[in-house]
Design a protein around this ligand. Structure first.
Ligand SMILES: Cc1ncc(COP(=O)(O)O)c(C=O)c1O
Length: 449
């Protein structure tokens, strides 16, 4: 089955047209054509479970699953059904709808460490809202972000720290400072350097590849209590992937605020800011303080996203979605590690991370991380029916999907081994290598690391 020949003619034409019409040729940088081999940029027509189809009618087992937003699988029937019912009842009214009440009740049952919740549409918006509440509550101006974690928001307070700060005034850049994960002294030093000025510390409690060291999160919590900054956990990825109650429940450390999105709606647009009543009420009516304009948007409570969330919450209550992802991820890791070893490239291709959020690492013949070899691996996977920049799984990945992936990784590893022996991807890789999605310059000549 994996030997079918895949052509990308229509995708190439559609991608070229997208580049003419849309800056970057995609609506998210991480989905851009620069993240894929030059002649293999599938434009998707539909998805079902763990598989997607493109305009050339190629099928692929997909990984990454909508930037980790899809944990139940594409077109998951109970979610589609609930969303369709909501859509048929009208989606946007002049007063709150029953979906808002039901979703809030459900979320706060699911995340008992939070007192209140406010829904929105994008993860960035709720994380930015957490910063605003923190600044209002503390009267401080600086934000401390964890610089060894990749991403928190499209907004200026975070992008100022990234490789793409263009368009952000220096005055704004100066308001964000950073620290290192799992290094409590780096946070202590930062607090000492800016006494009484840090309003919020924003971090993920864990990432797919780095777990918190024993006691680290507790120490961060104690620093927050001592110093008075607001501790914000970004649960965008960990929420619904580590646990439906978030990483805060897995590690037993409660932040002041937490921010959610991605898998809350199995791909539908819904995000959430949750946390302590004393903070959240600053954005409400039950306060004597000056009011914070908190997450007030035309589409904030549009009902299909909330309906999707309710169906997702049901699915997580009915079966152990996280447990399934963990189990299938373990199987995937074991099978792929064997396939890589059989091709003799274990020193060059690594499969690692939390089973529900696996990634692959690619090194060249000298053992250095290599974008060219990464691209070659992605190219060969695409040829053999696997689409992915990672191995992030969903609960819809079946044993058959894992078998297809294992065959594809075996085939890709064989080509990779030849390129390693040759000491180059020349003659194996078609086109230019991929490049980091967040980089200062677009030009390919600046891409290779
Ligand atoms: C950890 C984390 N936080 C926040 C965001 C921003 O979420 P959104 O893209 O929904 O604005 C992302 C997006 O990738 C993320 O990975």
């Amino acid at each position: 089955m994996t030997e079918e020949k895949r052509v990308f003619t229509r995708s190439q034409a559609a991608q070229a047209r997208l580049h003419e019409l849309v800056p970057g040729g995609a609506h998210t940088n991480a989905r851009g054509s620069d993240q894929y081999p030059e002649a293999m940029t599938p434009i998707i027509t539909r998805g079902q479970g763990a598989r997607v189809w493109d305009v050339d009618d190629n099928w692929f087992v997909e990984y990454g699953m909508g930037l980790k937003a899809v944990t139940l699988g594409h077109a998951y029937e109970p979610v589609v059904q609930r969303v369709s019912e909501a859509a048929a009842a009208g989606v946007n009214f002049s007063r709150p709808s029953v979906w808002e009440l039901e979703a809030a009740e459900r979320f706060l049952q699911m995340v008992p460490t939070a007192d209140m919740v406010k829904f929105a549409k994008n993860g960035s918006d709720v994380t930015t809202a957490a910063i605003k509440l923190a600044r209002a509550a503390t009267g401080r101006d600086l934000v401390a972000v964890c610089r060894t974690q990749p991403f928190f928001s499209v907004d200026d307070w975070f992008m100022a720290t990234s490789a793409m700060p263009t368009g952000i005034p220096q005055a704004v850049r100066d308001l964000t400072v950073s620290f290192v994960f799992n290094d409590i002294d780096s946070l202590r030093t930062l607090l000492a350097a800016h006494p009484g000025r840090i309003a919020a510390v924003v971090m993920e409690a864990a990432t797919g590849t780095v777990e918190p060291a024993p006691g680290y999160l507790e120490e961060v919590r104690a620093l927050a209590d001592d110093d008075g900054f607001v501790l914000v956990f970004d649960e965008m990825i960990t929420g619904m992937r580590w646990s439906a109650a978030g990483a805060q429940s897995v590690y037993g450390v409660t932040p002041d605020l937490s921010t959610w999105g991605k898998a809350l709606g199995n791909g539908f647009s819904v995000s959430a800011l949750a946390g302590k009543r004393s903070l959240m009420e600053l954005g409400g009516l039950n306060t004597d303080e000056a009011r914070v304009f908190l997450l007030s948007n035309t589409h904030g409570a549009e009902t299909t996203g909330l309906a999707a969330y309710l169906a997702v919450a049901d699915a997580y209550a009915e079966r152990d979605v996280v447990g399934i992802m963990q189990a299938q991820g373990e199987k995937l890791r074991a099978a792929l590690t064997n396939a890589v070893a059989a091709a003799g490239v274990s020193d060059h291709i690594a499969i690692f991370g939390r089973p529900s959020a696996l990634v692959f690492g690619t090194k060249d013949h000298e053992g250095q991380p290599s974008q060219a070899f990464r691209t070659l691996f992605i190219q060969e996977l695409l040829r053999h029916g696997v689409l992915g920049q990672s191995l992030v799984i969903s609960a819809a990945h079946t044993d058959d999907d894992i078998a297809v992936t294992t065959d594809a990784v075996a085939a890709a590893s064989a080509v990779y081994a030849d390129a390693i022996a040759a000491g180059t991807t020349d003659g194996y890789l078609e086109g230019r290598p991929v490049a980091p999605a967040i980089r200062e310059f677009a030009a390919p000549r600046r891409l290779e690391v």
